[in-house]
Design a protein around this ligand. Structure first.
Ligand code: BQF
Length: 293
């Protein structure tokens, strides 16, 4: 079994991007600039946004963090989005999800200019992605693709099973893995809560992507020998022995599944760091006008 070390890989990619930013600056260009809007005090969201700002600092990007109280109105938030759309000093921006219940996430996502949508959540980017046109890819699927590529894991012709059909992970990764592209050309089954006989699918899979948000859902009896496991889950489970009173666990029962797997991502330190690095990559592409010209 080999560990897919997302932490190490993302460090390498961060160094590559830092090098490129240095060269951009040396040739008189300004640094890429990412803005992030964080609404409220959700502890996980605060960690995620901090990770993103820190990564900007590491690569030499400018970053702007806009923090708003959870009682901000939808109208006020939309105004901030419109200002960021118009601000020529900002190459790309994100609105950290989830948003408070009184704000319509779909409405906010639709208000983001697709040219600056470095999270790749706008339906225009989703549609372009699905048609194989240049697009900002959603960060987690993009991170998974880079991981498969850099670890030289063959995808063409393989049987892939994706568990979970969210708009930001399950659905897009199933499209990307089945696309006529590299990595791609896999045969993909997208499984979910209504799937009948899930085990019959997972048992024949060469590659399994688990994005359910259910701690330790995938167990050893559900997979075949030599399977590649991509665990997208980041679940906080109570643990009285842990420093903060909880520990992080994925959607995979790691110890037992690892014994059968050829490759497996750990949690933490697997897909998570790759997600953040992919956002940085998208911001660089925005600054270089690589996607929309
Ligand atoms: C790690 C996210 C669910 C919902 C909204 C490193 C991150 C996480 C884990 C991180 C995530 C998950 C992010 C690790 C950003 C990934 O070492 O394992 C980094 O910062 N993520 C997000 O912005 O929104 C989410 C998961």
């Amino acid at each position: 079994m080999k560990i897919l070390d997302g932490k190490l890989l993302s460090k390498q990619i961060i160094e590559e991007i830092a090098q490129e930013v240095q060269e951009m600056k040396a040739s008189g260009q300004r640094a890429p600039h990412l803005a992030a809007v964080l609404v409220g005090e959700d502890p996980a969201s605060q960690v995620y946004v901090r990770n993103k700002v820190r990564s900007c600092e590491k690569v030499g990007f400018d970053s702007t963090l806009i923090r708003k109280d959870s009682n901000i109105t939808e109208e006020e938030l939309l105004k901030i989005v419109h200002e960021l759309n118009e601000n020529e000093a900002i190459d790309g921006f994100i609105v950290q999800l989830p948003l408070p219940k009184h704000i319509d996430e779909e409405k906010v996502t639709l208000a983001i200019d697709p040219h600056k949508d470095v999270d790749g959540f706008h339906p225009v980017n989703f549609g372009r992605m699905a048609q194989g046109l240049p697009a900002y890819l959603p960060a987690t699927p993009f991170g998974i693709l880079q991981m498969l590529e850099r670890y030289d894991i063959e995808v063409t012709g393989k049987e892939c099973v994706v568990l979970g059909r969210s708009n930001i992970v399950g659905t897009p990764i199933s499209i990307l893995l089945s696309r006529k592209a590299r990595p791609g050309n896999a045969t993909v089954a997208l499984c979910h809560s209504r799937t009948k006989d899930l085990k019959s699918h997972t048992l024949r899979a060469d590659i399994i992507v688990v994005a359910l948000g259910i701690p330790e859902f995938l167990t050893a009896d559900m997979v075949k020998e030599g399977v590649v496991i991509i665990d997208v889950g980041i679940n906080r489970v109570d643990d009285p022995n842990a420093k903060r009173g909880y520990r992080l666990t994925g959607d995979v029962k790691y110890d037992e599944v690892a014994e059968k797997a050829s490759f497996i991502t750990p949690v933490p330190g697997g897909v998570g760091p790759m997600t953040v690095t992919s956002l940085i990559k998208n911001t660089l592409r925005a600054a270089k006008k690589e996607v929309y010209g």
